[in-house]
Design a protein around this ligand. Structure first.
Ligand code: HEC
Ligand code: HEC
Length: 188
């Protein structure tokens, strides 16, 4: 399956228009009170978006814009952005490098086994269509898993996984990834 997704990514890698991270940086002034200028979130309900794959960020912003994903704040933000602005701001945040560190003394083998193949033990995603979970707040992770479980947010892989999870399993997975320390390096 991962090979199949890789093929899709290659096919989608040729951009229709060039992205401009410098233009994206200016647009990011509209995002910084919640996501930070570097993508390290400032409020607990907003996710860290620095260093996420550009394709993921763009897909989520388009989903908010079309209504496929809904959120009282983000639906309004995305509605006001053109496709080009979305590509630009996505490339700005994607240009950041992130590192993740498990709490000292934590054995990576304790990571939720159902998640590590895609999201890693430390929450840095292992393939481009999957987002990082490292250092997201447990409230954010919990909210998203319950949204997948209840059909409020839809994705062929995650809806199926979340549907099988109990509230306790959701809380355990959220606690594991929330305990990771995420660092966003400044863009040179
Ligand atoms: C008022 C606060 C606020 C502002 C301003 C804001 N966001 Fe958000 N953003 C949020 C919240 C809260 C969520 C989580 C939504 C949810 O729970 O589904 C979110 C989610 C996202 C996501 C989905 C990330 C993921 O991991 O799935 C992206 C991408 C995003 N925002 C990009 C942006 C960009 C780009 C801007 C500026 C153009 C912006 N946001 C402005 C609060 C904000
Ligand atoms: C086969 C790969 C795969 C596995 C296994 C997997 N995920 Fe995901 N996950 C994804 C993909 C792909 C997305 C992006 C969904 C989208 O585009 O909306 C995602 C999205 C998420 C999100 C939303 C993050 C955000 O920033 O909005 C959370 C939370 C999440 N996964 C948690 C988990 C947990 C917890 C597990 C283990 C119980 C898990 N996932 C297992 C592939 C996977």
């Amino acid at each position: 399956m991962i090979i199949g997704l890789g093929g899709l990514l290659l096919a989608g890698a040729v951009p229709a228009t060039a992205d401009d991270p410098a233009a994206g940086r200016k647009i990011a002034n509209m995002c910084r009170t919640c996501h930070g200028l570097d993508g390290y979130a400032k409020i607990p309900i907003a996710p860290h978006i620095g260093g996420e794959p550009k394709s993921y960020l763009e897909a989520q912003l388009m989903a908010f814009k079309t209504g496929a994903r809904q959120h009282e704040m983000m639906s309004v933000v995305a509605a006001g952005l053109s496709a080009q602005q979305i590509a630009d701001v996505a490339s700005w945040y994607a240009a950041h490098e992130v590192t993740a560190e498990l709490p000292s003394g934590t054995d990576p083998a304790g990571a939720p086994q159902a998640c590590v193949s895609c999201h890693g033990a430390d929450g840095l995603a292992l393939f481009k269509d999957a987002p990082n979970l490292a250092g997201e707040t447990n409230i954010y992770i919990d909210t998203q898993l319950k949204a997948f479980k209840r059909g409020k947010r839809k994705h062929e892989i995650m809806s199926a996984i979340a549907a099988e999870m109990s509230d306790d399993e959701i809380r355990d997975a959220a606690d594991w990834y929330a305990a990771v320390k995420l660092t966003v390096k400044p863009v040179r």
